[in-house]
Design a protein around this ligand. Sequence first.
Ligand SMILES: Nc1ncnc2c1ncn2[C@@H]1O[C@H](COP(=O)(O)OP(=O)(O)OP(=O)(O)O)[C@@H](O)[C@H]1O
Ligand SMILES: [Mg+2]
Length: 331
Amino acid sequence: MLDVSVTPRAIVRQLDDYVVGQDSAKRVVAVAVWTHFRKIARSRAQGLPLEKSNVLLIGASGTGKTLTCDTLARILGVPFVTAEATSLAQSRYVGDEIEAMLQRLVDKAGGDAARAGRGIVFIDEIDKLKAGGGDARALSGESVQHALLKIMEGAQVRLGDGRYVDTSEVLFICGGAFVGLDRILKDTHGYGFIATSSQESRQILERLNARVKPTDLFAYGLIPEFTGRLPVIARFDELSKPTLVRIMTEPRNALYRQFRDLFAAEGVELVVEPRVFEQIAEVALEYKTGARSLRGIFEELMSPVLFELPERAGARRVTFASLFAEPAWQA
Ligand SMILES: Nc1ncnc2c1ncn2[C@@H]1O[C@H](COP(=O)(O)OP(=O)(O)OP(=O)(O)O)[C@@H](O)[C@H]1O
Ligand SMILES: [Mg+2]
């Protein structure tokens, strides 16, 4: 099922090609996925039910949660779909939406329902499923949580064409920003009163304090049964300026690489000096949407030059030295 050469470390190494930073989250996710597939093999061999450890990703918008799941599914070659908890809550019949989501998973598996049953489902914005409240006609967040619980546990879901998908071996990854969580953590934990002298015990206490407990998630309206099904928690850090710069330049399909290829195809070398990436990162930090705004800013910078590119016969290179200066064309 999962190749023996696929170890958590190998998974992280492959994630590194696409997801910058987030080292601890990548490790947690890699271990969770590896364990998941190992457990499936074991439960099948022994004929025991699978005890799943679904995963919760916590982190601000644009920090790489979806990217990580997406890349993971690609590395492992398993079918993968994403859904937003909020749109499940807006539908009249959550069952229909869940069925549609699993139908998409089957489509991703090339129509093979059994293969879909070993896929990954990512449900984002789980922190917006507050119990009660909201639009009276919409479903309450709590009923969506109950519906999700059922498929997370493992259920036979009937599709439109009469076939069934068994979700008991599907790995569910939930995601959410959980804005303000750190404040809650500060209020609910406190190992600070234990006097410690050594650096080592300090670090252990800090780690314990940083751990998210299921009870912390109740504040967001998640019901205990739901948080209980998400025993593995990975936290995505806010992206710093240097990380944003690396995101534009380092990944396999980094923005800079994409545009350099685009220019190269027209016989022109694109040069963007490091200073420009720093300026873009500074602007992106202002927008507070993680790495999400990088593309927009970068494309805006490139747009006037792309407009002229095909007509610049004889140009060999174009150089950007500042976000606020005209680029220089060289023959
Ligand atoms: N750590 C990262 N490494 C590389 N690229 C990243 C990283 N974080 C974000 N990006 C880039 O930003 C885009 C948005 O990231 P992604 O969709 O993973 O955010 P998210 O954490 O799922 O946010 P949201 O909570 O809003 O769904 C990605 O397509 C990717 O290009
Ligand atoms: Mg996302």
